[in-house]
Write a protein that binds this ligand. Sequence first.
Ligand code: ADP
Length: 491
Amino acid sequence: VLAKLKDPTLVHTAGLIGGKWTEQSSDKSTFEVRNPATGAVIASMPRMRADETRAAIAAAHSVFPQWRDRPARERAAILRRWHDLIQEHKGDIATLMTLECGKPTAEALGEIASGAGSVDWFAGEAVRVCGDVLEPPLRDRRLLVLKQPLGVVGAITPWNFPMSMITRKVAPALAAGCTVVLKPAELTPLTACALAELAERAGLPDGVLNLVMGDAPAIGHELVSSDTVRKIGFTGSTAVGRLLAAGAGQGVKRVSLELGGNAPIIVFADADLELAAKGVVASALRNAGQTCICANRIFVHDSVYDKLSDLVVSLVRKLKLGDGLEAGTSMGPLITAQAMEKVTGHVADAVAKGGKLLVGGTRAELPAPLSGGNFFAPTVIGEATIDMRCFKEETFGPLIPLFRFGADEEAVLLANTTEYGLAAYFYTRDLARAWRVAEELEFGMIGLNEVAITNEVAPFGGIKASGLGREQSKYGISEFLDTKYVCMGLG
Ligand code: ADP
């Protein structure tokens, strides 16, 4: 399939250090990239470690002054060309993305539109960075505030959005005038390589964006402990986020962390139930349930529970599981065998504790070559309870557990009973309830009668164990800028 791309030169099985594609790691070791739909190996990549990371940091450091001093308009123009090239090659990028992470082509194209949207947005923001002049308390001095790029940024990204988690870090960093060392997930490096190739074609100078991959802990340690790297931008698990934040704390480095979620959807008695059922299924099963804002716990008012449950089950029955590259596939495979085990464990635990299996519940056996893939049937569990693992842990798979509630306060309490605080959703048509619940939910993002909440205009991020900082939006670029105060004495 790789050879059938319209532009096969988008494929690199290499890192990018100081503008040089580096196909071999210093000790010549490699790692394999697999198609989760078939288990087949699709590429072999260099397994880079500390040496390569140091070289990438040095490259990013050496070109930082030139990049910082380029007029913002020039940085913006390069970002716009990058955006245009991404759009031009979206078909090929979608193929690479589906091959390495399994999501259906339509979802891949959606992610590309969203990722390209970030690049375009931050091209616009690059020219709007501005400082301040403050009113001085004494007449013999003037007080100014400058906004300056941080320096070298380390970006570490996950496999579930192989493109958009990169663009929402790299685009604002470059727009601000920072240079970047990017470590994409080892499960999905090919999309990252294609993006870096297009950034080069857009005219990004050598060394401004570097790419290393391989031994994640070694690379992460180097990025976190380097004196040169001024900030770590990370999306991934809370466990790794804690580790990186602790390391960054030692070096007093800035961090943005976008970590796990355990998103609730509350369906109130007055909800539009058809809309709510569609929202539940779309949110819970996006990317086969493997997103940090996927609905993980569905709380349904007693009076509408049976109706909503029937609607959800009938929508789930219509889904077509298969290879994301095939037209008509609505849900692809899970990323790894471990992911299958986690969902299997959550289902078994729920059933053992009295949950009712309404549809799915097992591995889906598909004909060859998909028999080698990680397919789990989309699953709905009724009468779920708070002692179940699926209440406490993020399943990160296609499981929809339905919980009952009676009073509003109970629903909000249940929703907030989690260490996480990323996204939450609820369905109601009552205005007073809408305001009250939106204010009471302890999450960074709220969807009211809507689950498709992500876009480049809005601030993305969480509270509690879901992370720190905000990506995207007019707030996103400040994560890559220092505030410098200049006091000018007039003598
Ligand atoms: P997920 O469960 O989504 O794979 P991870 O936190 O394991 O979440 O992975 C997210 C990113 O963090 C990936 O790029 C992965 O390679 C990287 N990663 C994993 N372990 C470490 C580590 N010890 N230090 C730095 N990065 C790591």
